[in-house]
Ligand binder design. Structure first.
Ligand code: HEM
Ligand SMILES: *[C@@H]1O[C@H](CO)[C@@H](O)[C@H](O)[C@H]1NC(C)=O
Length: 329
């Protein structure tokens, strides 16, 4: 009897495993480049150097926020395989970058710069997907003043395909409701607590006015703090151009901190997807916990970012020579 039950459980586990669209990649390892390649430079140190050059808390040009968003958009779409970096071309006019979900990407120049330096010292060895995963980790470290710190396993391969429709399907829009968010994250193996913790990334960077338009025009939404709403309306007038943007956290837009959760509770966030986190008692409690304990939040954020970096990409793939184009062009 007992044996039979175990067998049923195992079959179920295997079946479930097969159903999950993404799982962790057993091939990834910590320190892959120093243990498993002939690369004589310290690959992670090279990436860190380039990130430190571009990213700083004060006067940050936005590359740091851009890198953290890029990493999320890379890994949630068919795993961390650098496919978000591919430019449109005659062979592939509609890559992930062409999806509305990828509007306003920043930080790609940082990845390209690290890639140039690594190709010079260690040609054909370091994947763009790994560079992006390292760079997002380093940006989070800098922007949190060291509060967010985690190791990134490596050995990812760069993907050969990139489709806008995959990005549009996997990345929730700013008008998403809580159910949509929970479903999108669950489909990648992330729980509600992880969804809430990762949303804290919206304490940095900026957003296009268009993503909040329906929350401030024609009237400020009832769930929004009225003075914040009035401020948003002046920054994002009804006729705001397609390129106009606002800081996501008006007070400390360069700090990756738990302030975001206080903003959510106070109704001072641009997107419905932020506000929706307090629609339900369970997620509201998580928001309150993160607002009350930033050290605990930083640890949860770091753990969830590492888990995100482990979403399986392609086992085949290649090491791209340039991050914006596959080697075949
Ligand atoms: C929960 C669902 C999420 C939705 C609906 C969402 C949506 C958005 C939108 C619409 C923008 C503004 C883009 C623009 O207009 O330029 C944005 C920015 C950003 N998002 Fe998210 N996001 C989500 C989760 C995440 C996660 C999990 C992370 C990372 C861990 C993240 C990191 C960022 C960052 C750092 C920015 C600022 C980018 C910059 O300044 O260039 N987001 N997000
Ligand atoms: C490292 O170099 C040695 C000697 O040239 C070679 O046999 C080996 O295949 C190389 N390993 C990798 C991972 O490139």
């Amino acid at each position: 009897m007992a044996g039979r039950r175990v067998n049923v459980a195992m079959v179920l586990l295997i079946a479930l495993h097969g159903l999950l669209p993404s799982s962790t990649n057993a091939a990834l390892q910590d320190g892959f480049y120093s243990t498993s390649t002939n690369c004589t430079v310290d690959v992670e140190a090279v990436v860190r150097g380039v990130v430190e050059q571009h990213v700083s808390r004060s006067g940050d040009g936005g590359s740091g926020a851009g890198l953290i968003r890029l990493h999320f958009h890379d890994c949630f779409v068919k795993g961390c395989d650098g496919s978000v970096l591919i430019d449109p071309s005659p062979v592939n006019p509609d890559p992930e970058k062409a999806s509305p979900a990828n509007g306003g990407l920043r930080g790609i120049d940082v990845v390209e710069e690290a890639k140039r330096q690594l190709e010079a010292t260690c040609p054909g060895t370091v994947s763009c997907a790994d560079i992006l995963a390292f760079a997002a980790r380093d940006a989070a470290y800098v922007l949190s003043s060291g509060a967010i710190s985690y190791d990134v396993p490596s050995g990812r391969r760069d993907g050969l395909t990139s489709d806008a429709s995959d990005a549009s399907q996997s990345l929730p829009p700013p008008f998403a409701q809580l159910d949509d968010l929970v479903r999108a994250f669950a489909s990648k193996g992330f729980g509600i607590d992880e969804l809430v913790a990762l949303s804290g990334a919206h304490s940095i960077g900026r957003a296009h006015c268009s993503s909040s338009r329906d929350r401030i025009h024609p009237a400020v939404h009832e769930t929004m703090d009225p003075s914040y709403g009035a401020d948003m309306r002046s920054r994002c007038p009804e006729d705001a151009g397609a390129e106009e943007r606002v800081e996501q956290d008006q007070a400390t837009s360069g700090d990756l901190d738990g302030r975001y959760f206080e903003n959510v509770l106070a109704g001072r966030v641009p997107f419905n997807s932020d506000r929706a986190l307090i629609d339900d008692g369970e997620t509201r409690r998580m928001v309150e916990e993160n607002a009350g304990d930033q050290v605990e939040w930083a640890a949860k954020f770091a753990a969830a970012m590492r888990k995100m970096s482990e979403l399986t990409g392609t086992a085949e793939g290649e090491i791209r020579e340039f991050c914006h184009v596959t080697n075949r062009g």
